[in-house]
Write a protein that binds this ligand. Structure first.
Ligand SMILES: [Zn+2]
Length: 333
């Protein structure tokens, strides 16, 4: 069990997500006409700007849904055991992750928070062009050491679902790292105390796993934690109601899909980013909602954008320059 209570706990009612070093992308968007079909609008200039033309902004009206891919990552690492098939599929190499984020930037995609998606659903507030939500499960240390520096480079935001009982364990973030990624603009979500399948335990156990992890993370962070992910994607109606009753704003599953509604905010679908994904299959997922021929044009444009020749990185855990081509299968790296 993680030692808790060492951090001051200010009011839990004061959460306002304003990343100290990274502007909240969704707060920068100009107001646009909500009347469908989506209008072609100029997206805000970011640092640095995407070289491709900006696409339409996704809009919604209260009560309607929005198509926003929520991508699921686990490890950002080179799978250390080549014959560990599951480990391979759950591991996106640092090089591939950096390339994926570089491509998102090139394509004019905008990673947003789950809060921004909810705001769009509740108020009709427009989302930026090509919105995508980046989520990371389990609170691994490589989220702090490998993912966050890349996300910061592009002003991107990611959400990591932390298992409260694993904090500080080998390969998991410790409390300092959790505070550091928050300070870097990332969002911490909740993933139970012991990573149990909530659909397979007694209701009182499920309730404890939900409420205790929620309390522990809020005590650690000093503000509300509103995003939840079901370990193994395991949930049922009763579990979903427990999560929402405990004050979570949204919960994500492992069920595939991209259609988000208020009515299913306790079970939003996600798209798994696999260790076997090349850039093309990544792009298909991350740019769901963009026409397939446009995605192909973006991939072609990215591959031929005049980037320097791919260079092997001697230190894959550090920030690395990305490339437009190369071999996407790094399982032997
Ligand atoms: Zn998990």
């Amino acid at each position: 069990m993680v030692e808790m209570g060492r951090f001051p706990v200010p009011s839990l009612a004061t959460r306002t997500w304003v990343p100290p070093s990274t502007p909240a992308v969704q707060e920068q968007q100009p107001a646009v006409d909500l009347t469908p079909p989506p209008a072609q609008v100029q997206a805000p200039v970011e640092l640095p700007p995407s070289p491709v033309a900006q696409p339409a902004v996704v809009v919604s009206r209260p009560g309607q849904g929005i198509g926003v891919p929520i991508l699921t990552y686990h490890w950002i690492r080179v799978n250390p055991v080549p014959n560990d098939t599951l480990g391979f599929h759950l591991s996106v190499t640092p090089d591939n992750f950096a390339q994926q984020m570089d491509f998102l930037h090139f394509a004019g995609a905008h990673p947003i928070t789950l809060a921004a998606a909810m705001s769009a659903l509740e108020t009709g507030k427009p989302l930026p062009a090509r919105p995508v939500i980046l989520t990371f499960d389990d609170g691994y240390g490589d989220f702090a050491s490998r993912a966050t520096p890349v996300l910061q480079r592009y002003g991107f935001v990611g959400t990591d679902y932390v298992v409260s009982g694993f904090i500080g364990h080998t390969a998991y973030m410790n409390t300092d790292q959790i505070h550091q990624v928050e300070a870097a603009g990332m969002v911490i979500g909740c993933h139970t105390v012991n990573h149990v399948d909530l659909a397979r335990v007694a209701p009182q156990v499920a309730r404890m796993q939900i409420t205790v992890s929620h309390q522990q993370l809020e005590q650690l962070l000093g503000h509300k934690v509103l995003d939840f992910a079901y370990p193994y994607g395991g949930f049922n109606y009763q579990v979903e109601q427990m999560v929402l009753a405990d004050g979570f704003r949204d919960a994500v599953t492992t069920q595939g899909g991209t259609w988000l509604q208020l009515a299913n905010r306790g079970a939003w679908p996600r798209l798994h980013i696999d260790g076997a994904d090349g850039l093309a299959s990544f792009a298909e997922k991350a740019l769901t909602g963009t026409r397939a021929d446009v995605v192909q044009e973006l991939l072609h444009g990215y591959a031929t954008r005049g980037a320097p020749a791919p260079q092997p990185s001697p230190t894959p855990t550090q920030r690395v320059a990305t490339n437009g081509g190369g071999n996407d299968d790094r399982r032997l790296a």
